[in-house]
Ligand binder design. Structure first.
Ligand SMILES: [Zn+2]
Length: 368
């Protein structure tokens, strides 16, 4: 079955804000929630479909790729897939959308064991230079994360009898409703620390510095967020949170990034432009020699194919565009002046742009 457009699934426009997307998802999640639609596979499908759409559109990185490439852009590349989700995923990832107990109490009951408690996420910034972005890079970063201390033991929480929830029956105009809220003693774990080493906190956690190796795919951009699941803080009786890596692009002093292309401004003397010359230019992967043809005009753009940045999807690679600027001397010695004055009325030095000299706009059309 063809996948529906995620914006269509949530019923929002492409320009919808994060808040609007969240609202739209919450509405659908409540409408199609399994508790409200028992034994209704169609509702379950809609519930999953909405969660999948929200998973992508609530993540700036995935959303950007989806906006650009559609469903294709999310297909199994380095674990950022937007593939189907099961109910466990949905409740562990988006449980908070239902907001502190309000949702559960409305429908009564609560999902109890289906909900998995998750540790908090860690967020780190990672600076990358142009070369690292162009080719992808393996980075080792130091992260201080909360982990369960060795030797910690747990016992069942007496306050909630291990359910993690405190239930209250409330009489309302609509009849009796069950309100459930997380147990304040165990924080919803159902278990509390029995024995722990002295250095651990009351939750049995210690702060531990770890070196984590991250493989950064080529083609990432400033502000993108990569997520390593399970590398965040641990929590007793649950699964660890995620490590979120926010990319910071360090601007190169010489080469400019333009999408997957790299732009370099080359200055040549008008002698070299007139006579032709071999000139060395920097690229991401070191210096290369290029040929300046005799009679090269200022503004010409030369293309070094495949010397740009690898696409995030790994299918293609950008180019390096060399923008040729012919340098006009700002100062002249007496001798230089007299040579140039001798050439002043020379026919070949009079501008005579023909059809082969494209205008600036034509060049732009051709290259971008
Ligand atoms: Zn408890």
């Amino acid at each position: 079955m063809a996948k529906r457009d995620y914006y269509e699934v949530l019923g929002v426009s492409k320009s919808a804000s994060a808040e609007e997307i969240k609202k739209a998802y919450r509405k659908l999640a409540i409408q199609y929630h399994p508790d409200k639609n028992p034994d209704n596979p169609e509702a379950e499908d809609k519930f999953k479909e909405a969660a999948e759409a929200y998973e992508v559109l609530s993540n700036p990185d995935k959303k950007a790729r989806y906006d650009q490439f559609g469903h294709q852009g999310l297909g199994g590349n380095g674990g950022f897939g937007g593939g189907g989700m099961n109910m466990e995923d949905i409740f562990s990832q988006f449980g908070d959308i239902f907001g502190g107990g309000g949702f559960e109490s409305f429908f009564g009951g609560g999902r109890g064991g289906r909900r998995t408690k998750k540790g908090t996420n860690l967020r780190v910034k990672l600076k990358l230079n142009l070369k690292e972005i162009a080719n992808g890079v393996e980075k080792k970063i130091k992260v201080k994360r909360q982990v369960l201390a060795e030797g910690v033991t747990f016992k069942t929480c007496q306050t909630c009898q291990g359910t993690g929830q405190i239930k209250k029956v409330v009489n309302t105009m609509l009849g009796q409703m069950v309100s459930a809220s997380p147990c304040h003693v165990c924080g919803g774990n159902g278990q509390i620390v029995d024995k722990k080493p002295a250095e651990a906190d009351p939750r049995g956690l210690i702060l531990k510095e770890e070196v984590i190796t991250i493989n950064i795919p080529a083609g990432v951009a400033d502000g993108m967020q990569l997520s390593m699941s399970g590398k965040g803080n641990e929590t007793a009786g649950g699964i660890p949170g995620d490590l979120l890596i926010v990319i910071e692009e360090v601007e190169d002093e010489i080469l400019q990034r333009d999408g997957n292309n790299v732009v370099y401004d080359l200055y040549v003397s008008f002698v070299d432009a007139a006579l032709g010359e071999q000139i060395e230019v920097p690229t991401i992967d070191g210096k290369v020699k290029i040929k300046i043809e005799p009679g090269t005009q200022s503004g010409k753009i030369l293309r070094l194919k495949g010397k740009g940045i690898k696409d995030l999807n790994g299918y293609s690679r950008g180019d390096q565009l060399i923008h040729v600027n012919v340098w006009t001397p700002k100062q002249l010695s007496k001798e230089e002046r007299s040579i140039l004055e001798g050439l002043k009325n020379s026919d070949n030095f009079k501008p005579d742009p023909g059809k082969s000299e494209k205008s600036f706009f034509d060049k732009m059309k051709e290259f971008f």
